[in-house]
Design a binder for this molecule. Structure first.
Ligand SMILES: Nc1ncnc2c1ncn2[C@@H]1O[C@H](COP(=O)(O)OP(=O)(O)OP(=O)(O)O)[C@@H](O)[C@H]1O
Ligand SMILES: [Mg+2]
Length: 269
């Protein structure tokens, strides 16, 4: 009897904070000019798990994920308030360089965007920028990254061919390899499979499951089945707000907000 009472009075958040956060987001607000695109966002993103961001078009998913590596600031009309703490450092602190942040927080985009260079050079590019010149070391990084992105066997005999000759699904895994080559801590993915066929999508989904052993992953997806299949925690965004954020199985089986329920049962969006 006591236990039941205790259970009821334990605040939900306390129960849910059973992880090491890689990002802590506190009262984040963002405006594009007058348009209030992110409203008082507050939640923590766990280390070495997959966090899915879902919600209808225009709700702020891409905007949010781009705040995490400060890419959103490239839009001149953007204003922000609040705080994003990445491993105990406030990323908006002037002392924390954006380049340093981006070596820790890599990003994979919706459309595969390889450089018009060879497969090898696409992956070697980041390490070269970071000063690695030794060919043997570069060869090792390239192989390790391509293996990590589950594409090595498909490209090992054509490393010097142009990346544009790969299929869309292969190009996306190459972009993931390019991201791995800089040895990030976090990988952000904005709808990484929406331009891919079902088989390539499955490969990327399997890859994400594999990568979470070593990396913390935040993935925006329109596809609720995908979020349910591959993520540990899910945040449901609506009109720039986080309506609900909890472990994925709870969000999909027992949502606590009516708006979440309406969305996941297809009543809107
Ligand atoms: N560069 C920009 N300038 C002005 N407004 C923008 C800009 N980018 C996004 N917005 C606005 O911010 C809001 C959120 O957009 P965002 O792209 O983050 O949504 P989303 O959830 O990623 O949508 P989708 O599912 O269609 O990709 C929208 O109202 C959008 O019009
Ligand atoms: Mg988007």
């Amino acid at each position: 009897m006591d236990i039941t009472i205790n259970k009821q009075i334990v605040p939900k958040n306390e129960k849910e904070q059973d992880f090491t956060p890689v990002f802590k987001i506190n009262n984040l607000n963002l405006w594009y000019g007058q348009d209030h695109a992110l409203k008082d966002i507050k939640f923590d993103i766990p280390e070495k798990q997959v966090t899915a961001i879902i919600g209808p078009s225009g709700c702020g998913k891409s905007t949010f994920i781009k705040t995490l590596n400060r890419m959103v600031e490239m839009v001149p009309i953007v204003r922000m308030s609040g705080e994003i703490v990445y491993r105990d450092k406030n990323i908006f602190n002037a002392k924390y360089g954006v380049e340093e942040l981006r070596t820790q927080v890599g990003m994979v985009f919706q459309k595969p965007n390889p450089f018009p260079k060879s497969i090898y050079e696409n992956v070697a590019y980041g390490p070269r920028i970071h000063g690695i010149k030794n060919k043997k070391v570069l060869d090792e990084v390239v192989e390790k990254s391509l293996r990590g992105a589950a594409i090595w066997d498909e490209v090992k005999d054509r490393l010097n061919e142009n990346a544009y000759g790969l299929s869309g699904g292969q190009q996306q895994r190459l972009c993931i390899a390019r991201c791995l080559a800089i040895e990030p801590d976090v990988i952000l993915m904005d709808e990484p499979t929406s331009a891919l066929d079902p088989i390539s999508t499955l490969k990327v989904e399997e890859l994400v499951q594999e990568l979470k052993k070593d990396y913390s992953i935040v993935i925006v997806t329109h596809n609720m089945q995908q979020a349910a299949r591959i993520s540990d925690r899910t945040a449901f965004f609506l009109n720039g707000e986080v309506v609900e954020y909890t472990d994925t199985s709870t969000l999909f089986s027992n949502p606590s907000d009516k708006r979440t329920e309406d969305y996941i049962t297809g009543r809107f969006g």
